[in-house]
Design a protein around this ligand. Structure first.
Ligand SMILES: Nc1ncnc2c1ncn2[C@@H]1O[C@H](COP(=O)(O)OP(=O)(O)O)[C@@H](O)[C@H]1O
Ligand SMILES: [Mg+2]
Length: 321
């Protein structure tokens, strides 16, 4: 088995316009582990994931994959090692499931070359692993939110990368399917050694499934470590501005956060220390570094064909041309 890829963010600053969202952030992704990124809405989790996946180029600092800055590595080469499922992917109109999942094979295929047996196998196995084989001929537009999410995950699996980055992969899923997806990712990690980095909005599920929890606050890593070493009431207050009791999950023994009821008229946006938690209202305005720069046409690595993703500053796709 080849060594798990090493993904490192080194003093990474990313800004939108004049406002830094990530501010000199350092992160070493633990190879072979499941890492969950958590933090308040708007704190920069998706921005961090996109920087790690080479979709955003930091204005300062850099992200390295196996010691080489991502920006210096060809897109296809990176996409064979690193796959990304973004937060709200959008499928091309009318595409059927098998074709969408097949797009995960693009980084491994030569232009105009016929599909190999390996390509067919990878797609079949990704469909099976996600329980979507029966949907293979269905139009993606016709699927329920949960089915569609599993199809996107199938596409990321078909890419067969040693590193898989997922932005809120359990969005749109009911609790049963959330557990199924997280169990599937765990199995992938345990059996194939795939390094998983995922943004999760459910702190309790993050505690259950992550080997390493990474909390983002104020554009930096506020805490990084095993959930049982990290998650206690002060942590929850500092990261989410929430008063909570932390008990042991009766099922897994991992931390289980039980929020206290809260009063106030601002819907809980203000922490006990009076600071609001959304970076959109709290980010520093002074000394703005250069803007986040989406990496240009033909110059970025991604598992998902870019034409299928609705991200505001996404460049033209390199796959669907
Ligand atoms: N393309 C963009 N242009 C301008 N601002 C953005 C863009 N994407 C995100 N932001 C802002 O950056 C901050 C962090 O966003 P994001 O990384 O999506 O947060 P999270 O995933 O933690 O909810 C938010 O305030 C958000 O409004
Ligand atoms: Mg997000």
């Amino acid at each position: 088995m080849t060594a798990a890829p090493l993904l490192v963010a080194d003093r990474v600053t990313v800004s939108y316009g004049e406002r830094p969202v990530l501010d000199g952030l350092d992160l070493h992704v633990t190879p072979g582990a499941i890492t969950a990124i958590v933090g308040a809405n708007g704190c920069g989790k998706s921005t961090l994931l996109r920087a790690l996946a080479r979709l955003l180029c930091p204005s300062h600092g850099h992200v390295t994959l196996d010691g080489i800055p991502l920006r210096h590595q060809p897109a296809r080469q990176v996409a064979r090692v690193l796959g990304l499922l973004p937060q709200s992917p959008v499928a091309p109109d009318g595409i059927v499931v098998a074709d969408l999942v097949g797009r995960g094979r693009h980084p491994h295929q030569r232009r105009l070359a016929p599909w190999s047996a390996r390509d067919y196998e990878a797609v079949a196995s990704a469909l099976e692993a996600t329980g979507t084989t029966d949907l293979a001929e269905r139009c993606v537009d016709e699927l329920s939110g949960g089915q569609r999410q599993r199809v996107w995950i199938a596409m990321a699996l078909a890419q067969e990368t040693g590193l898989l980055l997922l932005d809120e992969p359990t969005t749109f899923l009911d609790i049963t399917h959330q557990i199924e997806v997280l169990d599937l990712l765990t199995e992938l990690n345990r059996t194939r050694g795939t390094t998983i980095v995922m943004v999760l909005h459910d702190l309790n599920l993050a505690c259950r499934y992550a080997d390493v929890l990474v909390a983002v606050r104020d554009g930096r890593i506020h805490g990084c470590g095993r959930p049982c070493d990290l998650v206690e009431p002060t942590f929850v207050r500092e990261v989410f501005g929430l008063e909570a009791t932390v008990i042991s999950d009766p099922e897994t023994g991992t931390p289980l956060v039980v929020p206290r009821r809260r009063g106030g008229r601002d819907g809980g946006q203000t922490a006990s220390d009076g600071r609001r938690r959304d970076r959109s209202t709290s980010a520093p305005a002074a000394a703005a570094p250069p803007s986040a720069r989406p990496i240009g046409h033909r110059d970025w690595a991604i598992s998902v064909p870019a034409s299928t993703i609705s991200v505001p500053d996404m460049p033209t796709p390199w796959i669907a041309q």
